[in-house]
Write a protein that binds this ligand. Structure first.
Ligand SMILES: C[S@@+](CC[C@H](N)C(=O)[O-])C[C@H]1O[C@@H](n2cnc3c(N)ncnc32)[C@H](O)[C@@H]1O
Length: 327
């Protein structure tokens, strides 16, 4: 394996051991692990062995261990290797099964490779299999999206994430912004197609017979450790950022930029994340004015209240409802 990858894994192990010690993490403290960002499936499963061995003593029973993978680099051997290391959830960055769309999205895999990777994951033993689909390209049609969803449901998956295309600065699409189509009906169409096939809508982009523990933990603002280049951690109202630059990270893996979050920041995040997902907002965290506003939304059937928690009914409206509460 090339020098940088080797040095990177070495740096990652140093960082992980340092964080576990510094934060005094105990047996059974860790509920979920998410191996993502970049392309984890380009690193051989053997390279993950020591990392997962280091984490194992700290895992809670039945913890969820997810790895993200790209269909073109997730061979059956790699999938088998990850499954044998105890990884029990796999999320494939499929994006679409439409070859023209895959080309536009600059993805290196074909629809056939994506289908094979998902089937292989099931064959080696994965029960929790998720795929990502992207929508909102200029030439997206309901027919194209319906076909993507139909193919997805013919596969052994129990979770789907659907992301509306966002154009980030300095990316290929920032040169061709007209590649994006702003049509909120597409989101509703996708939701209805997925829900009618039996998956529960539990967050604005996420559906499943299975709901990801790690993702729900984010939306509940649970604490988490981030290790690796570009990783983010959240501990005691602080966000901790590792260097985005791989070489800098290798030089000093335990270095963190720290962002202190005020009580107000935390409250806003709990409101936005709570309304985007099934998590909701506990009544007691809202001040009286916000509670008055939330009760107006309950009267308008935009929110419901369950066991003292305000729950959103339509996650696509989450941001505007949050702004109304915060007004
Ligand atoms: C957010 S994570 C996926 C987490 C996974 N769905 C899970 O449940 O564990 C990575 C995914 O983000 C999506 N994504 C990446 N860049 C994007 C962009 N510019 N616009 C929209 N979605 C994007 C892709 O679908 C990619 O596979």
């Amino acid at each position: 394996m090339g020098g940088t990858k080797k040095d990177y894994i070495k740096a990652l192990k140093i960082d992980l051991k340092f964080q576990l010690e510094k934060l005094n993490i105990k047996r059974g403290d860790i509920r979920s692990i998410f191996i993502g960002g970049g392309t984890p499936s380009t690193i051989s499963s053997i390279q993950y062995r020591d990392i997962l061995k280091t984490l194992k003593p700290f895992l809670k029973q039945n913890s969820e261990i997810t790895i993200e993978a790209n269909p073109n680099s997730a061979s059956k051997d790699w999938l088998n290797g990850m499954f044998e290391l105890g990884v029990n959830r796999i999320s494939f960055g499929v994006q679409s099964f439409d070859s023209k769309k895959l080309k536009t999205l600059n993805r290196r895999h074909s629809a056939k490779e994506a289908i094979l990777a998902v089937e292989n994951a099931s064959k080696v033993g994965f029960k929790n299999i998720s795929i990502d689909l992207i929508y909102g390209l200029a030439y997206d049609t309901k027919e194209l999206l319906k076909e993507d969803i139909k193919i997805a449901f013919d596969l052994p998956i129990n979770h789907i994430s659907t992301y509306e295309l966002t154009i980030e600065k300095n990316t290929k699409f920032s040169q061709t912004p007209n590649m994006k189509k702003d049509d909120e009906n597409l989101g509703y169409f996708i939701r209805d197609e997925i829900v009618k096939r039996g998956f529960k809508w539990y967050e604005v982009s996420n559906y499943g017979k299975y709901q990801s523990i790690h993702n729900i933990g984010y939306w509940q603002l649970k604490e988490y450790i981030g290790v690796g280049a570009g990783a983010v951690g959240f501990l005691r109202n602080k966000r901790l950022y590792s260097s985005n630059n791989i070489l800098e990270y290798i030089k000093n893996p335990i270095k963190r930029e720290i962002e202190e979050l005020s009580q107000e920041n935390i409250l806003m995040e709990r409101i936005f994340l709570g309304l985007r997902s099934r998590v909701g907002i506990p009544k007691e965290i809202l001040n009286s004015n916000m509670q008055k506003r939330a009760n107006i939304l309950v009267k308008e059937n935009k929110l419901k209240i369950e066991n003292g928690i305000y729950k959103n009914i339509n996650y696509f409206l989450s941001d505007e409802l949050a702004l109304f509460l915060l007004d």
